[in-house]
Design a protein around this ligand. Structure first.
Ligand code: GDP
Length: 139
């Protein structure tokens, strides 16, 4: 298995509910190395750019409004097989369908308010990391 990096976001619902520490604990427990971390409030345009792949979906407007309402925590996580591993720790998109023990199952409120984001493939991970972090932040 290869060492990979993935982009993780603690979304506004989780930050607003005071779940940042709980989610960071789970990241440590799963033995990810946090390469970079910062808080940001996304602009509407940044949220739209980040989720551009969903532009045609009916929930695009609601999703990008939600993602730009208040602060998020953005992180680059490193581990063996980090992309799939972080998606496993997060659980399925819809908390109702997520496996027991996952972040989304235990902390998520709805399919939209599901606490965290994780890249879904090697190419999207590279793109998403570069969306928020410059090379000098990743050394
Ligand atoms: P992810 O990779 O598991 O985050 O899922 P997607 O890439 O399919 O969707 C991106 C984000 O859009 C999800 O994490 C949710 O916050 C939101 N989302 C996905 N499906 C729906 C939906 O049917 N309704 C709403 N309101 N939001 C959704």
């Amino acid at each position: 298995m290869a060492i990979e990096r993935t982009l993780a976001i603690i979304k506004p619902d989780a930050v607003g509910r005071g779940l940042t520490g709980e989610i960071l604990s789970r990241i440590h427990a799963a033995k990810f190395y946090i390469i970079a971390i910062k808080t940001r409030r996304l602009t509407r345009k940044e949220a739209e750019g980040f989720y551009a792949v969903h532009r045609e979906r009916p929930f695009f407007e609601e999703l990008t409004t939600f993602m730009s309402t208040s602060k998020v925590v953005v992180m680059v996580l490193e581990a063996e097989n980090a992309i799939a591993k972080w998606r496993e720790v997060m659980g399925a998109t819809d908390p109702a369908k997520a496996a027991p023990g996952t972040i989304r199952k235990e902390l998520g409120a709805s399919i939209q308010y599901n606490c965290t984001h994780g890249s879904d493939a090697t190419d999207t991970a590279a793109l998403e990391i570069s969306y928020f972090f410059s090379g000098s932040e990743l050394v």
